[in-house]
Write a protein that binds this ligand. Structure first.
Ligand code: PGA
Length: 245
């Protein structure tokens, strides 16, 4: 049985007060059958971890450096995330790929440094609208996935399919569109290792809301969601979480 998870990506929103309010409520609502992962901005990770420590709620970072340590002002390393109690880190989010020019190789290096430190990477991939319209969706995803499968085929990771055109736009992929891509990704994983394909949770992300989450999560290859704006309200995040349960 594959893990099911709902991951909340607060992006650069929220506050210490919001952490103090949301984390205990989320911690109380978590049921071990479906993992819930909160990824607040980096300055709040330690506090969020402390508040979640007695519960099954997991805390994750939104990004991480590829290096273990060094003269990299403004960055943080995977062992530091482990140090403050994080379990997960998002890597390769399209906002990082686009605004910070992260390459597929950078993303794989980040995922690798997570695995070494005992942090589970949530690796994001997805096509732009232009690429989809040009019929390149599968080629783009195969390119983004390729180095990851070569380098980390057997390690523990989570894959998140986030079509760039669906992120923050209110235009989610339909459940059928998302399922088609997830089935393709599962098949690519199976080409490397059938057991791996059965094990890796595939999340869908991009305008997941309380009213579309149940239909998306009902698809056989969708094992959970990566939730942006709808995760900022605890009630709407919990509605989505319940849809996964
Ligand atoms: P959204 O963001 O739910 O606001 O579309 C998803 C994401 O960027 O992970």
């Amino acid at each position: 049985m594959r893990r099911k998870l709902v991951v909340a990506n607060w992006k650069m929103y929220g506050s210490l007060m919001q952490c103090r309010e949301a984390v205990p409520t989320l911690a109380k609502a978590v049921d071990p059958a479906v993992e819930l992962v909160l990824c607040p901005p980096a300055p709040y990770l330690g506090t969020a971890s402390d508040l979640a420590s007695a519960s099954a709620l997991h805390i994750g970072a939104q990004d991480v450096a590829a290096q273990k340590e060094g003269a990299f002002t403004g960055e943080w390393a995977a062992p530091m995330l482990a140090d403050v109690g994080c379990r997960y880190a998002i890597v390769g989010h399209s906002e990082r790929r686009q605004r910070h020019a992260e390459s597929d190789a950078d993303v794989v290096a980040k995922a690798g440094s997570c695995v070494e430190a005992g942090i589970i990477p949530i690796v994001c991939i997805g096509e732009t609208e232009q690429e989809r319209l040009a019929g390149q969706t599968e080629a783009v995803l195969a390119r983004q996935l390729g180095p990851l499968l070569e380098a980390r085929g057997r390690a523990d990771f989570v894959l998140a399919y986030e079509p760039v055109w669906a992120i923050g736009t209110g235009r989610s992929a339909t459940p059928e569109m998302a399922q088609e891509v997830h089935a393709f990704l599962r098949q690519r994983l199976a080409q490397v290792d059938a057991a791996l394909a059965e094990k890796v949770p595939l999340l869908y992300g991009g305008s997941v809301k309380p009213d579309n989450s149940a239909a998306l999560f009902a698809m056989p290859d969708i094992d959970g969601g990566l939730i942006g704006s709808a995760s900022l309200q605890t009630e709407s995040l919990l509605a989505i979480y319940r849809a996964m349960q």
